[in-house]
Design a protein. Structure first.
Lengths: 367, 287, 255
């Protein structure tokens, strides 16, 4: 119950911080309050798992937002980098024989770096395509990536980097023990992982904030609006798109690595990481909140997980989890039809939220 | 098994892929929509055929026209009620919509039908026509016959009938077509319905050739896309050629690189997209 | 005709083929610094294609294009833009979801002077340019809210933000009427006064006669005439291209 209250509180604060109609100092205050609320959350609630999920999902959605929202290239393959980030991090951190057992603050950035390089290579191929073609090609990347990890030639027992991803034997992150700070016991799940998750969300948010004010950010929006005109204005569209794609992959990898770290056992969780649910989730979150905006993914994540938590505390059954993917897909359909620009459309100040507006969105693009 | 048998298997399979590509290509060419729900339609058809066979014992090849008709109606309704709403929206919007629909259908199917492997096994299921050392399973031969018949009928329909011509007209220039009195909405719905019917045919045929469960149809979107890109958008012979090529690709990838079949298909696709975006036989309009 | 200094733009035997069709066929001309060159011809003559060849949107099938000593063949449009060549598009499509100011700001960020500027500085530069084209009052409005006249001015402003030495205007007057055309001509003259060399593609002869010192005429991809506005309006080849053989015999007055 506490978690639900926290999520709703975050939602309200985020919406206020994003609202164009509020005064600048009110918005800044809301943003600060939001951060404060998130910092003290573990003190308020016994289990912070759902908050962890929301924050890491937010980081990953921020990644999608860069390539799908700002640049207008809808990638359906970022889940590949999510999973790859987790596996590479696990490969570096595992304490099993043959692995380097690096500490997390080395292994995770390293994993993000490696995934970024992979994304650069992939990007050079897929970014030549536009629209539909690009989206399908990235879908293919999502399908192909799990196979890459199982590729015996590179990662099998006799491979180039033998058993880096386990190679048939289980691959685990090291277990994280509870910690002590003064007299306070800090449970690993409740505190340590939570703050790591919060860190990823802050990284995602900050990166987006910087992007939106930078020349790169403007270039990406220009590419989205009219790629040929952007090129004529002096924008190296290939380079900019590649940067956006790599950044989106990096954030996906960051979120994925931290999620994987908490899951610990990679062999059993592999399917869950590359799942279609994860693929859909980052897209739904961004769409609900508002693609191409600074606060969109945050608002979307808070809403989605508030709904999830609300349903869970009401029905308390595993039914929701089983039907989660189906519900997400329904959500995508609903959002695409009724809220094509996400909720940010209403927060940006030009429209009022009315049911009629939703209906108008529905029929605005008919034949 | 020797090389020729593999080639034969690949070609037999390729005819089904061709039908899949054909349906996908029609919606893409005429409505300019990448219909990711196409794979879901194939899935629904496969399950419908299965339940008709498992329950009342209807032979799949007899059920074929029924399943096609059912999918036709489903496609018509979905297009006219839902997809029509976003016809003038961006590519991303329609893509996401069909993506969402596909995910919804697959996940609901997963809940309702479970992930158990199904397959229709009519009495002649494991019987093959033997030509020397080669085996041609009757189910696959039947699939080839159906594929050829359906393709011919489609070609004749598009080329010789008034409705077919109006569909082609909309594909070439929808503004001009509507100006001369062609009802765009109805044409779109009809085209989508035909595409769904074609998916239905593919689903029925596939239900006999191997075991399936809801997630196993995901590959068909990429496959359909690849077939169309290779063969060229708007070309019926192109879809046929593309289907056969990918039938072979799939067969050889499945044999020599079992795990990585999907990767190989994807790799070939990317290769084609990068080297020859207009495909082997593509041209303007739809023929 | 000879120019004392090296020409700013030298196009030699530029050709662009599409299969068997020659959109631009062996076109040669030079442009000196500070000139205003008119480029006219019937629809489909290859004018926009020629512009595309210069700016890099299309690669020439043959010939060379040299701008201020640099060969433009094979360069991508953004590199050509940064060298100092800007263009407007015939069908004006601004960055709809950006404000007017941001639209122009992008040009200032990435054009010839872009590397010197931060995003904020570029937006300030945009303000100056918006004043120059009389769009200052619409600064913070979304670009899609502008009327056609406003959009044309915005298109000009974006190109100017790139600090071009050479500006190619592709039918900037299309869709404008009467007084709007006169205002646009004034703007073109003001841009020229700032030191920008111009190539103006137009169908509206009033504009060509009004601002251009020299005109070249294309038909079916070939250059069929070159001279002052007065000269080409009575050139029989030009009249024939526009009006057919019958009228070429007479001597229509230049209007």
């Amino acid at each position: 119950m506490t978690n639900l209250v926290v999520l709703l509180g975050c939602l309200v604060l985020a919406s206020l911080a994003a609202s164009a109609r509020a005064r600048a100092d009110v918005r800044r205050g809301a943003g600060a309050a939001l951060l404060a609320l998130l910092l003290i959350a573990p003190l308020l609630s016994d289990t912070t798992s759902i908050l962890f999920d929301a924050l890491t999902a937010m980081c990953i959605a921020y990644g999608w937002n860069v390539i799908g929202g700002y640049t207008g290239y809808a990638s359906f393959g970022n889940v590949a980098y999510l999973g790859l980030g987790a596996f590479v991090a696990a490969g570096f951190m595992s304490r099993q024989p043959g692995h380097l057992a690096l500490p997390w603050f080395v292994a995770i950035p390293l994993a993000v770096g490696i995934v970024s390089v992979v994304a650069l290579a992939v990007g050079l191929a897929v970014l030549r395509l536009r629209g539909h073609y690009f989206s399908i090609a990235t879908l293919g990347v999502a399908i192909a990536m799990p196979e890459l990890i199982n590729w015996d030639f590179a990662f099998g027992p006799d491979g180039v980097v033998p058993n880096f991803f386990g190679g048939g034997r289980p691959l685990n992150f090291p277990l994280v023990p509870d910690a002590q700070l003064g007299g306070l016991a800090l449970g690993a799940d409740r505190y340590l992982f939570y703050y790591l998750g919060l860190l990823t969300a802050v990284v995602g948010f900050s990166a987006t904030l910087l992007l939106s004010r930078s020349k790169l950010g403007y270039a990406l929006v220009a590419i989205r609006e009219n790629e040929d005109a952007a090129e004529a204005l002096g924008i190296n569209t290939t380079a900019m798109k590649s940067l956006a794609y790599v950044l989106s992959a990096a954030l996906a990898a960051l979120g994925g690595a931290v999620v994987g770290y908490k899951l610990t056992n990679m062999t059993t969780e592999a399917d869950a990481l590359f799942s279609i649910t994860n693929n859909l989730q980052m897209i739904v979150i961004t769409l609900i909140g508002g693609p191409g905006s600074i606060w969109g993914p945050a608002i979307g994540a808070f809403i989605l997980f508030a709904i999830q938590e609300g349903l869970r505390s009401v029905s308390n059954s595993s039914l929701f989890l089983e039907w989660q993917a189906a519900v997400f897909s329904l959500l995508i359909i609903v959002v695409v039809l009724f809220l094509p620009r996400g909720l940010m459309e209403f927060l940006r100040g030009r429209e009022r939220f009315t049911w009629r507006r939703l209906l108008r969105n529905l029929t605005a693009n008919r034949v | 098994m020797d090389l020729v048998q593999h080639v034969l298997n690949g070609l037999l399979q390729g005819f089904i892929f061709a039908i899949i590509g054909l349906g996908f290509s029609m919606v893409w060419g005429i409505l300019n929509i990448i219909n990711l729900a196409h794979a879901a339609f194939i899935m629904l058809a496969a399950y419908l055929t299965y339940f008709l066979w498992a329950g009342p014992g209807v032979d799949p090849f007899v059920a074929l026209p029924l399943v096609m008709a059912a999918l036709f109606v489903l496609g018509y309704v979905i297009q006219s009620r839902i997809i029509n709403l976003v016809m003038r929206a961006s590519v991303l919007t329609t893509f996401l919509l069909t993506f969402g629909m596909e995910a919804l259908l697959v996940n609901v199917a997963l809940r309702l039908f479970t992930a158990d492997n199904r397959q229709t096994k009519p009495s002649y299921a494991n019987v093959s026509l033997a030509l020397g050392d080669l085996h041609l399973p009757y189910t696959q031969l039947g699939a080839v016959v159906v594929a050829l018949v359906v393709t011919c009928l489609l070609y004749l329909f598009l080329d010789r009938t008034r409705t077919g011509s109006s569909i082609r007209a909309v594909g070439q220039n929808k503004v001009a077509a509507s100006l001369i009195g062609i009802d765009l909405g109805r044409t779109y719905a009809l085209t989508f319905a035909i595409s769904a019917a074609l998916a239905g045919a593919a689903g029925t045929l596939l239900s006999t050739t191997s075991g399936f469960s809801p997630p196993s149809f995901g590959i068909f979107n990429i496959l359909a896309f690849s077939v169309v890109v290779l063969g060229g958008l708007g070309s019926i012979p192109g879809a046929l050629a593309g289907g056969l090529v990918f039938g072979l690709v799939s067969e050889f990838a499945g044999t020599y690189a079992l795990q990585e079949r999907e990767v190989v298909v994807f790799a070939v696709l990317v290769l084609v997209l990068v080297l020859r975006p207009t495909g082997l036989l593509g041209r303007e309009g739809y023929r | 005709m000879t120019l004392a200094a090296e020409p700013l733009l030298a196009v030699r035997s530029a050709t662009r083929r599409f299969g068997g069709l020659y959109a631009v066929n062996d076109v040669t001309f030079e442009l000196g610094q500070g000139e205003i060159l008119g480029l006219i011809g019937p629809n489909g003559a290859g004018k926009t294609t020629l512009v595309n060849l210069v700016t890099g949107s299309m690669r020439p099938s043959g010939g060379t294009i040299v701008f201020a000593g640099t060969v433009l063949n094979g360069l991508r449009p953004h590199r050509v833009g940064r060298l100092g060549v800007a263009r407007t598009f015939q069908v004006v499509r601004p960055f709809a979801n950006l404000t007017v100011r941001e639209n122009v700001g992008v040009g200032a960020m990435y054009g010839a002077g872009g590397h010197r500027r931060s995003a904020r500085e570029a937006l300030r530069t945009a303000d100056e340019i918006l004043e120059f084209v009389h769009l200052g009052s619409r600064r913070d409005d979304p670009a899609e809210s502008l009327t056609i006249v406003g959009r044309k001015r915005l298109e000009l402003a974006k190109a100017l933000a790139m600090e071009p030495r050479l500006l190619l205007l592709d039918e900037v007057m299309a869709g404008l009427r009467g007084a709007e055309i006169d205002e646009a001509i004034e703007l073109v003259r003001a841009i020229h006064a700032r030191g920008v060399t111009l190539i103006v593609i137009e169908h509206v002869m009033k504009v060509i006669v009004g601002v251009c010192s020299r005109v070249i005429v294309l038909d079916y991809g070939r250059k069929i005439a070159e001279g002052t506005p007065a000269q080409i309006t009575v050139d029989p080849a030009v009249v024939e291209a526009y009006l057919g053989k019958k009228y070429a015999q007479g001597r229509p007055r230049a209007d």
